[in-house]
Design a protein around this ligand. Structure first.
Ligand code: PBG
Length: 327
């Protein structure tokens, strides 16, 4: 006799908001979010980033205010990107104690240091005249090992300025080990490392290059960032970074790399974060502006998808706004 009614009815648990809330497998909280912020040396007014509506290059003052707003919304972390007034071949401003990131870190440490985790991107592309993430040899190659010494020095400068977590994003081989050693030798054994472990050479970084003024002046980053064709290689990068002393690892970009995120989250026991990058932000803002997407629902749905795929934390330019929506 064939059953007249389905015995299993998954819809029973979807019937009311209260039921759905009770059985939700994934939760998204304000403290899971990390806000990336840009601070530019020598400007007196915040400077809007054209390709990222709602995002600005901050002054020291407007940055302090944005940090306080993030804290009030319950955001868990803040990651700082600096844009120096002057660039040179070796990115001298990156490790200058009076460089913009160090100055801004001291401001923020004093203002919100106990209330939010202060992080800094550790790279050279915003500081070099050629826009690459490392030093360039006379032959025009990115010099891996010479770059490591620069990263070590930047890590020391950021730690001195009060950063809690440094986040190396240059994809040089051995960068985590070099930074860990430099931090430990300088007495900063408690400064943590969030490694951009699986960072792909992605077209989704387009708007960021306007925001951070770090577009490569020749060539591209395919010689050091990962090939979007590869997944197993991401696991190798993660393994190496953990062996070198990374405390946390990141997958970047976000939405187009949820498979990588899920694999990495399965493979490791450290916290894994996902970076919802500038191009992802710009796509949603552009479509919403045209009235083609429900902006707030799309924002929260994408953030939830990172958590579902295994991210413990999410870097997102919507962090403060999303945190408010979640409250
Ligand atoms: C490098 C860096 C980049 C981003 C974060 N760190 C740019 C790049 O690798 O070209 C991109 C972030 C984004 O697109 O939102 N310092």
């Amino acid at each position: 006799m064939s059953a007249r009614y389905p015995v299993a009815r998954p819809r029973r648990l979807r019937r009311t908001p209260a039921l759905r809330r009770l059985v939700a497998e994934t939760r998204l909280r304000p403290e899971d979010l990390i806000l990336p912020v840009f601070v530019k040396e020598g400007i007196t007014e915040p400077n809007p980033v054209g390709s990222m509506p709602g995002v600005v290059q901050h002054t020291r003052d407007s940055l302090r205010k944005a940090a306080v707003e993030a804290v009030e919304a319950g955001v868990g972390g803040l990651i700082l990107f600096g844009i120096p007034a002057a660039k040179d071949e070796r990115g001298s401003a990156a490790d200058d104690p009076e460089g913009i990131v160090q100055v801004a870190l001291r401001d923020l440490a004093a203002e919100v240091g106990d209330d939010i985790v202060l992080m800094a991107d550790l790279c050279l592309d915003e500081y070099t005249s050629h826009g690459h993430c490392g030093l360039i040899t006379p032959e025009g190659e990115v010099d891996n090992d010479a770059t490591l010494e620069r990263y070590a020095s930047i890590a020391r400068a950021q730690a001195e300025a009060g950063v809690a977590v440094v986040a190396p994003s240059g994809m040089m081989d051995g960068q985590v080990a070099a930074i860990r050693a430099a931090l430990d030798e300088a007495g900063h054994s408690q400064t943590a490392i969030l490694a951009y472990a699986a960072k792909y050479a992605s077209a989704f970084y387009g708007p960021f290059r306007e925001a951070a003024e770090g577009a490569p002046q020749f060539g591209d980053r395919s010689g050091y960032q990962q090939d979007p064709a590869n997944a197993r290689e991401a696991l190798r990068e993660v393994e190496l970074d953990l062996a070198e002393g990374a405390d946390m690892v990141m997958v970047k970009p976000g939405l187009a790399y949820l498979d990588i995120l899920a694999k990495v989250a399965d493979a490791v026991t450290v916290p894994v974060s996902a970076y919802q990058v500038s191009g992802e932000y710009a796509m949603v803002e552009a479509a919403a502006e045209k009235g083609w997407l429900d902006r707030e629902r799309v924002i929260l749905e994408t953030l939830l998808s990172f958590r579902r795929a295994g991210a413990a934390q999410i870097l997102t330019y919507w962090a403060t706004e999303a945190a408010r929506l979640l409250r």
